[in-house]
Design a protein around this ligand. Structure first.
Ligand SMILES: [Ca+2]
Ligand SMILES: [Ca+2]
Length: 400
């Protein structure tokens, strides 16, 4: 594993990433309380949330329901003519209830504060679109790079003229890598398992001695937001909005904790690549994958999407603000094709420009990060890639 040396900007990026998860870490320090809280939420959800049959009726756009509870997803009926673009599935769009479930009897730090910025439940509408069935893979990204000569953010060596005063030895390319200790560590020190690694990149996910040989089907990682946008533009696609991503991830259901329902293991079967064992030092791989896994190894959701829970986090195009949902709800009308706030703001790090991440990763566990829960949100500084962050694309139907 590479040494932890970084340029100011890379160090800032790495620090931003670390600080991003700081609130979670702080909460984990009282792990037993969190476990109880998370399980209580799931138990509550399992008994109060209802999966709803999908309607074919087009949703009228109307005033926001007064209820803060989840209401049925109402899909659009129209579907574009012709075959699906390669590797994509049709997401009908429509009206749905967005966010993580508000516990009915409290407004606390349920599930690692997983729902603190995804409240309240509010109604949104999105038009239909095509979506990549899987996270963008190494094979797909390699084709893009071969065709364009694109160099990702993590691969670029910072220029001295951009960082006056920075020692030359600190002007190095690299990215943030999960580097777990071989023993249990306190969960309040994320530097125990995250490191800035010199020359880590999508080609070398764990550092310069690693490679992606024979890993064509693994999702590409270490992509900054601009890298994901560049790929999408080359492919004739774009990144999804957060609302599009959540509509798609819910698969036509409403109010479920996970993309597949309310039970983490459906009929006893693993449904996503997450982390089992003691975090961060021991991933047992009980779900068949220790660390990252190839795309599409678990059942798809109701729309045919794989890995919308777990494996790698996914960039979406919305800027991050923790109060965005509250502002939408306060308008009193259904949010129509919401695209996020005009400017980013994270009170934890006011100077950072962050966009939203969704879906959790192979590092998420109910004792540390439970954001494979479908309504929950993540966030990340836009130049910071890691080896558990990727993306997938969407595309408007022909004629739109
Ligand atoms: Ca796993
Ligand atoms: Ca994912």
């Amino acid at each position: 594993m590479g040494k932890r040396r970084s340029t100011p900007v890379r160090r800032a990026a790495a620090t931003a990433y670390h600080r991003k998860i700081w609130p979670w870490v702080a909460v984990v320090a009282v792990g037993i309380v969190l476990l109880i809280a998370a399980r209580a939420m799931r138990s509550t959800s399992a008994t109060t949330e209802q999966s709803s049959p999908v309607s074919n009726a087009r949703a009228p756009v109307h005033e926001m329901p007064a209820s803060s509870q989840f209401l049925p997803t109402v899909e659009n009926k129209a579907r574009p003519a012709g075959p699906a673009p390669e590797g994509m599935v049709w997401i009908p769009g429509g009206e749905f209830s967005m966010s993580a479930q508000d516990p009915p009897d409290r407004n606390d730090t349920v599930g690692m504060q997983a729902t603190a910025d995804s409240r309240p439940v509010h109604r949104a509408y999105v038009d239909g679109f095509w979506m990549d069935a899987t996270e963008v893979t190494n094979e797909q990204f390699a084709r893009f790079v071969k065709a364009t000569g694109y160099v990702t953010f993590a691969e670029r060596t910072p220029r001295a003229e951009d960082f006056s005063g920075a020692p030359a030895e600190n002007l190095i390319a690299g990215s943030v890598v999960f580097s777990p200790p071989d023993h249990a560590v306190p969960l309040n020190d994320h530097f125990q398992w995250w490191s800035f690694v010199n020359r880590a990149s999508w080609r070398h996910p764990l550092g310069p001695r690693s490679s992606i040989a024979a890993q064509d089907r693994l999702p590409v990682v270490h992509v900054a937001y601009e890298d994901a946008v560049a790929y999408a533009q080359w492919a004739g696609k774009r990144l999804p909005t957060e609302a599009e991503w959540e509509f798609a991830a819910r698969g036509g259901l409403s109010g479920n904790v996970f993309p597949w329902g309310n039970e983490f293991k459906k009929n006893g079967h693993w449904m996503a690549n997450t982390h089992q064992g003691h975090f961060p030092d021991r991933d047992t791989g009980a779900d068949a994958f220790t660390g990252i896994g190839p795309a599409a190894q678990f059942p798809p959701n109701g729309y045919g999407l794989y890995d919308v829970g777990g494996n790698v986090w996914e960039w979406v195009s919305d800027w991050y603000r923790p109060d965005y949902y509250a502002k939408l709800a306060a308008t009193g009308i259904v949010a129509r094709n919401p695209k996020g706030p005009a400017v980013p703001f994270d009170p934890d790090e006011p100077g950072e420009k962050k966009r939203v991440h969704r879906g959790g990763s192979f590092l998420c566990t109910d004792e540390y990060c439970s954001r494979y829960m479908v309504g929950t949100r993540g966030k990340g500084e836009i130049t910071t890639g890691t080896n558990h962050l990727g993306f997938r694309c969407v595309k408007a139907p022909a004629g739109d």
